[in-house]
Design a protein around this ligand. Sequence first.
Ligand code: F6R
Length: 608
Amino acid sequence: MCGIVGYVGSKQAAPVLLKGLATLEYRGYDSAGIAIWHGGQLEMAKAAGKLQVLRDLTAEGSKLPGTMGIGHTRWATHGEPTDVNAHPHLSRSGRFAVVHNGIIENYQQLKTRLQRHGYNFVSQTDTEVIAQLVEYYYKGDMLDTMIQLMNQLEGSYSLGILCVDEPERFYAVRKDSPLVVGLGQGENLIASDVAALLAYTQEVYYLDDREIVVLAADKVEIYDSSRDLVHKEPQHIDWDVSAAEKGGYEHFMFKEIMEQPESVRKTLSPRLQDGQIVLDDFHIDRERLEQFRKIYIVACGSSYHVAAVGKYILEQTTRIPVEIDIASEFRYRGPIIGPDTLMIVISQSGETADTIAAMREGRALGAHVLAIVNVLGSTIAREADDVLYTWAGPEIAVATTKAYSTQLAVLYLLALRFGQLLGTLPEAELAAAYRALEQLPELLEQALQKREHIQHMASQLYNKHSIFFIGRNVDYAVAMEGSLKLKEISYIHSEAYAGGELKHGTISLIEPGTLVVTLATCDRLVEKIKSNAEEVKARGAYLLAVAVEGDERLAKVADAVFYVPKTEALLQPSLTVIPLQLFAYYVASQKGCSIDQPKNLAKSVTVE
Ligand code: F6R
């Protein structure tokens, strides 16, 4: 959601900024712009629409000379996606240019105050207030100005700021919105995430809230809000630039679907050692675990769907009651949690605003927070009591696939380890699940090999207007993910239901030809879901089933069946989801949808 880049060095800045913004396109945006310091002036180009418009406007950046600048892709919040509302925003004299991610909650008050001082506004954005405030406070010292600015702003922000008086330095700061500093050779950068930095450097600084960064070509200084210099160790990012490139695939989503066996292997194998589950840097031992009366899993979107699977498996292995909640609901519900609660938060980006707020609420109430996160150094990773990383590498497609799969893999590790520590999981079951975990990457590969059949079915069914997904137990949890995947990239209306719920209302929507995807991989519930499938079939539904290899029970009712390899019941969701991801992908592809950047969506939802 919105993307920031900033550059200072010896290269022409505009092409570097455009390249960085292209890497951030996946975050979602509807306008883009850049501002460059050149010859004692700030020059700017910005435009509504895709980055290509800005590229054309600036002749790939060549029209804007200068070696220092800031750039932005905007996902509209305050004001429509127009040229004027696009970032950067200039102060009234044009001496300051600002790019901003986040939301300024008190912008209206600040704007009214500035208007009383004679400041006029040209855009409808909250960000313009920041540019004007900088000008209002500036008395020749940018660091002082930044501190005064921070004291005024309420809400979330990461900012890149150019000052016309400073030919060699630009400024950045963050609060509750991601921003990373890239440390190059004779050049330094900022970006909303590391993907945009990888072409230049793998050495980064992660910033804490309210830290101010002063970037010059040969040095980066960080100050706290008392103006004291902060010493930070650079972090090395293991991802190389190819991880954030398509590598011959038509879409990032397909590349990431195909990467799942490897991502899951990377997530599991260092933690499976000689029959033991090893979770390093983990502060929950048996004694602590026994103190937990409740486990609460909180997340958004697909990460919440992982939580939904987690509820079934953690309750089964630990016999501790597990509640799950959507982060935006949790944070305002006055949750009943305390030191006897283990709160698990799940987030690919580690920057989802609602999940961050929920985590902070949980910690404030005394819960022990364990985070399952993909992005190293992200806010959630830094603030949680314990972190387990999903080693999925950068996920670029808006619709998550490999992050979902690696999150599930980490949940399995937790479920097994907790069950072992508490003695609630019989030895034989633990051993079988451990072996199945070792085989999971291989089984994922096998599941992916069946994609031709799925592609064929998608080509037959892509013109449906409404699709239902049904399942029971973990199949219901996976059905939610299958339904979300389909609707977000193919724009087909779809819903997921627990099989047993159909008769309580939804079945009235079934008409001849309605597509119902029936997940039937939970061995002990196959007969039950088969009855539900028969009920919809009797009303004319077209039935697509997902079943495990060797189980022919659904074949008798369904019009077509996607078979997935069989594994231990606990781990089956990892395989069940694969045909659903592929089906969504192929349907969207048939419809010619913008698969990697679906309309209205952003990869990382950093505002509420
Ligand atoms: C759907 C999807 C989203 C995210 C959600 C949470 O394909 O990707 O629903 O799962 O926005 O994001 P994270 O996991 O970054 O907190």
